[in-house]
Design a protein around this ligand. Structure first.
Ligand SMILES: *Cc1c(COP(=O)(O)O)cnc(C)c1O
Length: 401
């Protein structure tokens, strides 16, 4: 081996040391994640490691991920179209089920055009660089989802102003100070780790007053809130040419993929230029067909939303009576603040021993010192199961404090 080869071998070893040392520090900080392989479909019970766990960690809020009608729609499309879309939508991957799905989504969400992406994350990465440039200032809520943050990073707008979570006074001040040619306000509709709803009416009126456009990520509102489950934006009664809304299929619709809806003028341009639409394989036809069926279920079956709401009230009351620090929520997401990373992991272990699975959320998914149990409900849970969760959590909470 020559000197060059020796040096690069040394370099490789040093690099490996850097990664493993960082990983060890990560583990010491109590941040290691160890995903468990799930051995069956989503539902109130999940089969894990040969055990059946009562689960409150899925985003399948309406219980459609394993719905027989949604599965049948996927099977039928599978037989007709096979598995893969074969190419990106702009080449030859734009399937008839995708065209049909886009039409139905636009109709459901009462918007001029719907554009399907293969995931919500990819949608943000694709659209934001088209919408924002050096002449744009972006105003972003401090608790926005990682995909919005990364979309902004990729877009590299002239200026980014992060306003404190939900702080409309700070936002108004920043808008007033802005000298940018174009302005975008970006926000989650329902915040993914807190379960609260953005003050959308205030945001819309601020946007109008300051000539800003609004991008709302409604991953956790779509299906759950509003008439026909149209989401937080419809629930707040917002309409307008200057509003774009993203919905993801992997949450309440129970499938996978995402949709952006808005006015034709801007949507037509995004369909030409969003790079994750151009350079990523289209959503498989079977997922488009399954999602179409899920949309029909969401629209028709308001009892699922009613049930979710009813269970949510029961959970909130139960946790409060037990003296547990639950954040108020009218959505499917009910966080219980633990604060410390180790504490939340101890709660997680205690609950797992009792046969319960709740998501333990730590930084960087949430700010430092706000580790939490993120309880999510689905329309398939029973009140009895909710009561079991409250009782187990009360016991584990005492045992770990
Ligand atoms: C899940 C989620 C996304 C990403 O959607 P995927 O389709 O899962 O990539 C985006 N925003 C929010 C708020 C989410 O919760």
């Amino acid at each position: 081996m020559g000197i060059g080869g020796f040096q690069s071998l040394l370099g490789y070893n040093l690099m490996m040391n850097v990664y493993s040392e960082r990983h060890e520090a990560w583990q010491r900080a109590g941040l290691e994640r160890q995903p468990l392989p799930v051995q069956g479909p989503q539902g109130p019970f999940l089969q894990v490691g040969g055990r059946k766990m009562l689960a409150f960690c899925s985003n399948d809020y309406l219980g459609l991920a394993n719905d027989p009608r949604v599965c049948a729609a996927a099977e039928e499309a599978l037989r007709h179209y096979g598995v893969g879309a074969g190419a990106s939508a702009l080449v030859c991957g734009y399937s008839a089920p995708q065209a049909d799905l886009e039409e139905r989504l636009a109709d459901w969400l009462q918007q001029e055009r719907a554009l399907v992406f293969s995931s919500g994350y990819l949608a943000h990465l694709g659209i934001m660089p088209v919408l924002m440039d050096q002449e744009t200032e972006v105003f972003s809520d401090a608790l926005n989802h990682a995909s919005l943050i990364d979309g902004i990073r990729l877009a590299r707008p002239g200026r980014v102003t992060v306003y404190p979570h939900g702080d409309m006074t700070a936002l108004e001040q920043a808008l007033r100070n802005s000298t940018a040619l174009r302005r975008w306000i970006v926000t989650d509709g329902v915040f993914s780790m807190d379960g609260d709803v953005a003050p959308l009416q205030v945001l819309a009126s601020l946007a109008e007053r300051h000539g800003a456009w609004l991008l709302i990520d409604d991953a956790h509102g779509m299906g759950v809130l509003g008439p026909e489950g149209r989401g937080s934006v419809a629930d707040a009664g917002l309409t307008g040419e200057h509003i774009l809304v993203l919905g993801t299929f992997g949450k309440a619709l129970g499938t996978a993929g995402a949709v952006l809806v808005g006015a034709r003028g801007v949507m037509d341009w995004l369909a030409q230029r969003a790079r994750t639409h151009m350079f990523s394989t289209a959503l498989p036809p079977l997922l488009c067909a399954a999602t179409r069926e899920a949309v029909a279920c969401v629209r028709a079956e308001s009892f699922r939303r009613a049930r979710l709401h009813h269970l949510g009230l029961g959970l909130q009351n139960g946790l409060r009576r037990a003296g547990l620090p639950v954040l108020p929520s009218v959505t499917a997401i009910h966080p219980v603040l633990a604060g410390d990373n180790r504490r939340v992991m101890a709660l997680d272990r205690g609950l797992k021993e009792a046969g319960l699975w709740v998501a333990a959320i730590r930084p960087p998914a949430v700010p430092e010192g706000t580790a939490r149990l993120r309880i999510s409900l689905t329309a398939l849970h029973t009140m009895h199961q909710v009561e079991r969760l409250v009782e187990s959590l009360r016991q584990v909470w005492e045992a770990t404090s």
